[in-house]
Structure formats: C-alpha cells, structure tokens
Write a protein that binds this ligand. Structure first.
Ligand SMILES: [Zn+2]
Length: 417
C-alpha cells in the first residue's frame, strides 16, 4: 500500500511542539513519521501527498456521550431551571420511545461527531442493542453498558447475568472495547455499585459513572436530604438505603471511593460538585473527569470550576454528553466554553489553550484506556487525524467549532465523504 503524506500549514502533535509547514506520514493506517513537510517529502518521494489548508492534529476524543439519544434534540434544545425539571422531561421522552430504533439514532450521532473531527468516543449504552455501533462504524471507543435503578434483588435475579453476558459476547478489537457503567451513585444501590466495579475488574473492562453532576448529590450522600433526596422519594419503587439511613456521612468523592469504584480503569463524567476534597480523590485515584459544561448548563446545574481543575492538576477530559442535554455534538464548543470558564475563574497561565486541547485528545484517550493507540501524533499510533480551518491552537480552542474540514480514521478519509 502506498504511504500517504498529509501536509498542513500547522501540524499539532499534542505531544511535542507544533510544526509550521508540517506533515504526517501514514502507512497502513498507522503514523510512520511526523515532521517538517519538505523534509518528509524528500525522505519519502513515493508517498502520495494530501495538502490540507489549516491546522492538522490528532482526532478529538469525546470522553462522555450517549449516542443513542441523538434523536432527543428537542429535549436538549433549551436550558432547564433545575436538574429535576430536566430529568422529568428526559424520562417523559424516554418512556415514549420504547420501540425506537436506538441503533439508527446512535449511528447518526457517531457520524455527526466524525464530521466535527471526533475520532474516538466513550459511549454510554443504555439499550444494549447499540453495543456494537462504534465497532461496526470502525470508530474507536468504549461502549459502556449502563444500568440504572438497580437494587440487590434486581442484580441477583437476572441483571448481573444479562450484563456479564453482554460484556462477554461483545465483539472487540484493540481500540473497540466494552465497559460497564453504573449510571450514578444515587441511582444504583451502594452494594450493587461495588459488585459492578468488581465485575468490571473480573472481566478486565473499564468503568464509567456520572458523579457530582447535580448539587443535590453531596447532601444526599452526607445526610440523606436535599433536592435529589426529595426527587428519589417520589420516584423510588424500592427501598433506598441512603434515604432510610440518613445518608452515609461522606462527601460525593469519598462515598464513591468507599465503594471501590474509582481507579485508573475508571473515569467519571461531570464532577461539577466534587469540591476540593472530591477533586483531590480523583487525582489520587488517577480517575479522569470528563467535563461536559454545555450539558451542565442545559440540565440546570452550575458550570464546573474549570480553573480549580487546572490549578489542582486534576486529570481531565472533555465530553459533549448527548443531544438530550446539548445543542450539538461538536466537542470544540465545549472546549471553547471551558476556556471561557477557566479565564473567568482566574486561570491566567499561557498554557491554557494547549492544556485544553490536550484534555480533548490525550485526556480522552487516557480516560478510555486507549492512550497507547491514539490521542496524539506519534509514530506507531493510529493515523486518526483531524484538520481544522484555523491558523493556531488558540484559534482552534477559542473558535474551532464548525471548522473541521477533514477527518481521517486509521488513514482513511471519513469526512468529507
Ligand atoms: Zn451523561
């Protein structure tokens, strides 16, 4: 197979310095060389050349998505007053869609992401029929099989077997794996959360969970009271230990840690209300936090304290969440918002743009356990590339949304087709 040389005005390897008039040599879907354009052209005269205007970098990694809800854009088209308001609207919509073609919706979402320069996805799969969508589309990622509203009895009387079987039977590859996702610490009974984490370790798969997304969580785990506790009392059809026991006396991060859920093979979504104690726990556990600020706004909660995440060196990635809580599947919209929030929060270091781009590429790759395969332009990694019509990293981070002009996955041009 003839090697291809992708040249661009600016090549940003993520790991290493940006290269003006740079190039990436691709052979058999893998990066064979990265460097100065004219030197590469001279060294590899037989390579076919593609010359891209703008900035070429590693494909973006969306560390938190629910592809199956791409058809829920009506739900996410406006912001809600409170998280409870959003939850009620979401559940109302979900209940109407029992017979939806979830796979078709998921495929549409994945295609939209590819058109925005995303080349790897952490996808939460609530309806297991969507499990193989990424693998089928040849888009790297982890399909996290989600359980929600589970107590020990449900777990023991069939759900454990169903989950175990879905994981064990999943077709996988080096860059397409399945994981396990307990929805949130308040929607799964505590003993089941620990059993799900144990199962993930036993099957050697990754874990992902929503944590500290709403402001009611901290109060719920500490004292069994607050807005989330009130909502749980209304919707619970089972005994909820955290309510009856008056909480567990632990903050959100410490509570999740006590269940054995965290660690380097787990990443969490949101982390808005972790507080300093919870963020320090994530750093100590090497548990990445996928920040999804646009989603936080739509569901009626606060923005994450981005400046704190950066100054405290908490491992972060970026996610769009789904169209049920966002207006597009363009990760650079979230990156631009994170930038604004970081500055508003007082972060003034000159490395801001580079750190946010790192979070949206290498950060996501690490969160999904794929950092040895993708997330940066390094020899031996997959040729998962994205080209944007911008002149600098700063422009990409500030206003790169909607400016993806080409997406290449394993050396194949996937956008535009
Ligand atoms: Zn989510």
């Amino acid at each position: 197979m003839v090697a291809q040389l992708h040249l661009a005005d600016l090549v940003v390897p993520i790991v290493g310095e940006p290269i003006p008039d740079g190039g990436v040599l691709v052979s058999d879907g893998v990066i064979a060389a990265v460097g100065d354009a004219s030197r590469l052209a001279e060294q590899f005269p037989a390579a076919s050349i593609a010359r891209w205007p703008g900035l070429l970098t590693a494909g973006l990694v969306n560390a938190h998505a629910h592809l199956q809800y791409t058809s829920f854009s009506d739900v996410g088209a406006q912001a809600y007053e409170t998280y409870t308001d959003w939850s009620i609207r979401f559940v109302e919509e979900y209940d109407k869609r029992v017979h939806d073609d979830w796979t078709a919706s998921a495929r549409q979402g994945a295609q939209q992401m590819v058109a925005n320069g995303i080349t790897a996805i952490g996808d939460i799969v609530t309806n297991f029929e969507c499990r193989d969508v990424l693998l089928d589309l040849e888009i790297p990622g982890v399909a996290y099989l989600e359980l929600i509203g589970v107590d020990l009895e449900n777990w023991a009387s069939g759900l454990e077997k169903e989950l175990r079987t879905a994981v064990e039977l999943a077709p996988t590859s080096a860059v397409n794996t399945v994981g396990i996702s307990p929805h949130a610490p308040y929607s799964i009974d505590a003993p089941v959360l620990t059993l799900m984490a144990d199962l993930a370790r036993e099957l050697n798969v990754r874990l992902h969970i929503h944590v500290a997304e709403s402001d009611g969580e901290e109060e719920l785990y500490r004292t069994g009271t607050g807005s989330l506790a009130d909502r749980l009392r209304i919707v619970a059809t089972r005994r909820v230990a955290v309510l009856e026991d008056g909480g567990f006396g632990l903050g959100t991060g410490a509570f999740v840690q006590s269940l054995g859920v965290l660690g380097p093979t787990c990443h969490i979504a949101h982390g808005v209300y972790l507080a300093e104690e919870g963020r320090a726990i994530m750093a100590a556990e090497t548990t990445f936090v996928a920040l999804c600020p646009r989603s936080n706004h739509i569901v009626g909660v606060d923005y994450p304290p981005v400046a704190d995440f950066l100054t405290e060196n908490i491992p972060i990635a970026v996610g769009t969440d789904s169209l049920s809580s966002s207006t597009s599947l363009d990760l650079l919209e979230d990156v631009a918002l994170l930038r604004r929030l970081a500055i508003e929060g007082g972060y003034s270091d000159s490395d801001l743009d580079a750190r946010l781009l790192h979070a949206a590429t290498m950060g996501g790759a690490a969160a999904l356990g794929l950092a040895c395969h993708l997330g940066s332009l390094e020899v031996g990694k997959r040729a998962d590339l994205a080209v944007f019509d911008v002149a600098s990293i700063s422009e990409l981070v500030t206003s790169g949304a909607g400016k993806c002009t080409a997406t290449i996955i394993a050396g194949k041009i996937r956008h535009p087709l």
